[in-house]
Write a new protein. Structure first.
Length: 350
């Protein structure tokens, strides 16, 4: 048996160490920024976003499945988690002759430090592949109009944030006004498609509300309360399980933007009305106002909904449930009434 010389052993050890470190070093390599619009997070209506601007509010739905809609006519991308929008960004899609294909796609591959194998090794930071023929989501330049060779370019910072939240298999719908309903071509605060990209169907209506918890029996709960159209929508695992119209004791009252999470409380009778409980659930404001705890009674003061809907809602509430309130409608064209998503309005004095 031969013995390896000490010098050769040291060289072999150094080489093995380099090989072992190479993947980690490559993974930490920063994708090139100079070829992309960096992007800036803002609090403005989506219809007023300028190239490179984006909205990012992951706290609006901290958990649940994600689906994404790219609106070609608006040149905006909408990201929904658990049925509620958590991000909107300006994009640049395919220019004439290289149009971005419409349809329902899934993310096939992710690569943070990717370079094009088709277009002269062009940098494609935070690439998320939609087709094997070269269409992908990635960071890039945003001139304010379609300018890519078919990819969906996004602000660098938004692409980085989205990359961290997404995974392969995630559904991405690229929509226009010819192939999709107006609700999909012009999305709103809650997703108009299901997790597979099909147009979401309305729940069976019972009077002024619908309650079908069997649509999704497990998963995180998100409640969206919108003032302009006076609706409460309830999502579980990304699917809408209920909605209700509501009225306000003070018709002039406007709902400010708030994101709240349900705190852990002592056991209580889920079938009892909120106002009759000795231990009422408490909510913590996490966005849109000073961090403070509110009782459910305080939160729903003056909000009137059918008793049956409220009883059903009480049965699905669990600690960690997210509640989002906003004064604006949940859906519709963003070119009409300003659809401010995260502007923290001052509370209405009452």
């Amino acid at each position: 048996m031969s013995i390896m010389p000490k010098r050769h052993a040291l060289i072999l050890f150094a080489w093995c160490a380099l090989v072992a470190l190479t993947p980690a070093m490559a993974a930490e390599k920063t994708p090139p920024k100079h070829t992309s619009t960096m992007g800036v997070a803002v609090t403005t209506p989506p219809s007023q976003l300028k190239p490179g601007e984006f909205i990012w509010i992951p706290e609006a739905a901290p958990a649940g499945p994600i689906v994404m809609i790219v609106s070609l006519p608006e040149q905006l991308a909408y990201v929904y988690r658990n049925g509620v929008v958590i991000g909107i960004a300006t994009v640049s899609t395919g220019k004439k002759g290289h149009e971005t294909p419409t349809g329902v796609f899934t993310i096939l591959q992710k690569h943070a430090d990717h370079y094009s194998s088709i277009y002269d090794s062009a940098p494609m930071p935070y690439m998320q592949r939609l087709t094997w023929s070269g269409v992908a989501l990635h960071a890039g330049r945003l001139p304010g109009y379609p300018a890519s060779h078919g990819c969906v370019r996004m602000p660098y910072e938004f692409a980085r944030l989205l990359y961290a939240e997404s995974s392969t298999g995630l559904t991405v719908v690229v929509s226009d006004e010819k192939q999709f309903p107006s609700t999909v071509a012009h999305p709103g605060l809650f997703t108009p498609v299901d997790l597979k990209g099909a147009t979401a169907s309305e729940l069976d209506r019972t009077g002024d509300f619908a309650w079908q918890p069997e649509v999704a029996t497990e998963g995180p709960i998100t409640i969206l309360v919108t003032g302009e159209d006076r609706r409460i929508r309830v999502f579980r695992d990304g699917k809408q399980i209920g909605w209700s119209l509501f009225t306000l004791a003070d018709p002039t009252r406007q709902l400010p933007f708030r994101v709240l999470t349900l705190l852990e409380e002592p056991p209580y009778d889920a079938g009892a009305s909120f106002s009759s409980r000795t231990e009422v659930p408490r909510w913590m404001v996490v966005s849109g106002g000073p961090e403070t705890a509110l009782s459910t009674d305080q939160l729903l003061a003056g909000v009137q909904v059918p008793r049956e809907f409220l009883a059903g809602l009480a049965r699905v509430l669990t600690p960690g449930t997210t509640l989002v309130t906003t004064r604006l409608p949940a859906s519709g064209d963003t070119t009409g009434l300003d659809m401010t998503v995260i502007t923290a309005d001052e509370p209405t004095k009452r």
